[in-house]
Design a protein. Sequence first.
Length: 554
Amino acid sequence: MTAQALEYVEIPTLGDLLVRAAARTPDALALVTLWERLTYSSLVERAVSTARGLRALGVGRGDRVGILMPNCPEFVEILFATAFLGGVVVPINARFRTRELRHVVPHADLKVLCTTDLVADQADHPRRLVEAFPDLAVAHDPANLVLRGAPVLKAVVSLGSGSPPGFVARENFELLMETVPAAEVERLRALVRMRDLAAILYTSGTTANPKGCLHTHEALVRNAIVTGRSRFLLSQGDRVWDPLPMFHVAALLPMIATFDAQAAYLTMTHFDAGAALDQIEAEQATWLFPAFPTVIEGLLNHPSFAARNLKSVRMTMGIGAPPVLRRLQAAIPQAVQISAYGSTETGGVIAYHLASDSAEDRATTCGTPFRGIEVAVAPLDGQEPLNGQTGEILVRGYSVIDGYYKDPQATAAAIDAKGWLCTGDLGSLDSNGRVSYAGRLKDMLKVGGENVAPIEVESVLAEHPAILMAQVVGAPDDRLEEVVAAFVEARPGSPPLSEDDVISFCRGRLASFKAPRYVRFITEWPMSATKIQKNVLRQRIADELSRVVSQRVE
């Protein structure tokens, strides 16, 4: 191979990436919300000012800065301000309440926490923090807190319109900015290394306390750059719409990829299908990142969807059963629909399709891994990882987390001695290296000794014209150990659907033991940040069946 044929990509730190974008295209749009538009030069200027304020509160190399906010410009400013200082950003799930906050804030060793009352009618973050840490409301010096339960936390900054007692108000934070020269921020930015810790992203914590995933600058930035350049094919003229919460890697990586391309990132405080379609149409979005079935179906089933002008859209990204992805492709036919595989522990997404892949491959697989990432499949008996069969997906490479913060046992259980991350996902690799996802290992059902993958049943249910969305879990059974239970959301305006209708539809397409024994209709799904909580559905059907048995005994 000649030197000219070798591939070389410069990978900057997170802070340097934004500075580089502003140097190249200072007047280009960087961030667009429903109420504000920032160019790259203004975003960098505001991020540097925020960094000066954080530095005045003592934030330096390695210090943790929490963000408890909806999507807004301040979130992005704090993210990059922290990176400039060599700090570690800790985006906190905006759905977290007292229990989770009491765990995450001290566990992450937050030195400063930034929040807002921007969406107080939906989630009153300042109030939740006071509920979690009552001492906060009576603190005498908001810039030097002493809180029971959060001994490292020095300040909580409120960047909203209100000034709750105990919080550093916006106007006081802006005064603090003036006490630190911009040169100090520049000095610290020059000291940041690629393998320095950049972020701690906490898992949703549906079955236990959330775990903190340790991500380096390389893991986040390199993954994002590869995504944007080789799979999204982004350029300066693109406008990337992503409504997902910024505390989630499904927003952070597309945002970083967008900034690498000096394109515009479009977002909103929370997903609303009508407002989303307004924004996509008005801003002439070129790239749509609805990602998850709940968002995809929300867009496609909005009454105004068919009348919208979406001709500007050239690519979309979705994850879900093949029928869902085929519907998305058909709904915006000129756009190339791609899918992906990844997780928080793998640094976000580590496999995407190429735009040149066939439509069928793009609907039924998750694409190929990035250069520098290895994917293997381990048989479920614990042998060495082997390709070409269904088993647990293993991942190794630059983007895999450096472990779980303060949890060596969980780290050792997840990452083996050879560096393979055991994802807990079921899947396979085809002869072309494309990853196929078959569900979570913990969700696999055992029906009378036979394995049933919920995603297989969900894919069949997604083909029913009257079913909008379906999720499959195990229901306890005295004879078979467990049986298939399906939770179904009917498509609006469709003919009435009965439990027998659904079961009969599946029996004609699946082996009898895979067909649902129970069908429950649902109109509102229990959600984490981005996904349906199957553990809640599983508990729901188990509790229902337990009550039935108790009534029979009585």
